[in-house]
Design a protein around this ligand. Structure first.
Ligand code: SF4
Length: 205
């Protein structure tokens, strides 16, 4: 039997699949819902689906997805251990950056995902995600170069969440120097997630 949270997620996913709140629905093949563990402690948030994601209806399935898997693997995580989603759920034509009105129309779905998952760590992938999450948390976004690798703590809807911003893996496909910065940032994610685990263990003892 499905538990409450699974029922709520299925309802949200149905709404997203049928959504016509912004013009992106006109050109999408599939709206792309989140993927992974709905009880995860770590949530990764990208910008928007690309061509392969639009075809398959799953996030991060193209080359950027392969790099994300590699980065997760390096810190002993699999997709099934985390939850992965995007700020905007439908592909912008030619992979352009989502417009403000598209982000504004779609962001309530992301807020619902955050509220249902209640992650302890949110990793923003790329500037659109970093800026959108900063807005949700009522913070000023200083740009990816300044914000990348920083860890901030927020109180949001009765939850404490750490946000770490890094590059979008797609950026590393064209700029190899970004890959090593992503690896550094994923090491930080690993460290804060281990700190969290040992703290929880101490609470238990
Ligand atoms: S991008 Fe978001 S708001 Fe726009 S149609 Fe798709 S699901 Fe709806």
């Amino acid at each position: 039997m499905e538990d409450n949270i699974t029922i709520k997620f299925n309802k949200l996913y149905d709404t997203i699949r049928n959504c016509t709140k912004c013009k992106l629905y006109l050109s999408r093949k599939n709206a792309v819902i989140g993927y992974g563990n709905i009880k995860a402690k770590i949530m990764f948030i990208g910008e928007a689906p690309g061509r392969n994601e639009d075809i398959q209806g799953k996030p991060f399935v193209g080359s950027a997805g392969k790099l994300l898997d590699y980065l997760l693997n390096k810190i002993n995580l699999k997709r099934e251990d985390v939850y992965i989603t995007n700020v905007v759920k439908c592909r912008p034509p030619n992979n352009r950056t989502p417009l403000k009105e598209e982000i504004d129309a779609c962001i309530p779905y992301l807020k619902e995902e955050i509220e249902m998952i209640r992650p302890e760590i949110i990793v923003t992938l790329g500037r659109t995600s970093g800026a959108a999450l900063s807005e949700i948390f009522g913070q000023r976004w200083e740009g990816i170069e300044k914000e990348r690798g920083t860890i901030k703590e927020f109180e949001y809807n009765n939850m404490k969440v750490k946000m770490i911003s890094t590059y979008h893996p797609a950026a590393a496909l064209y700029r190899p120097e970004i890959k090593s910065k992503l690896e550094e940032d994923f090491e930080k994610i690993s460290k804060i997630s281990l700190q969290r685990k040992s703290k929880n263990l101490l609470d238990f003892i």
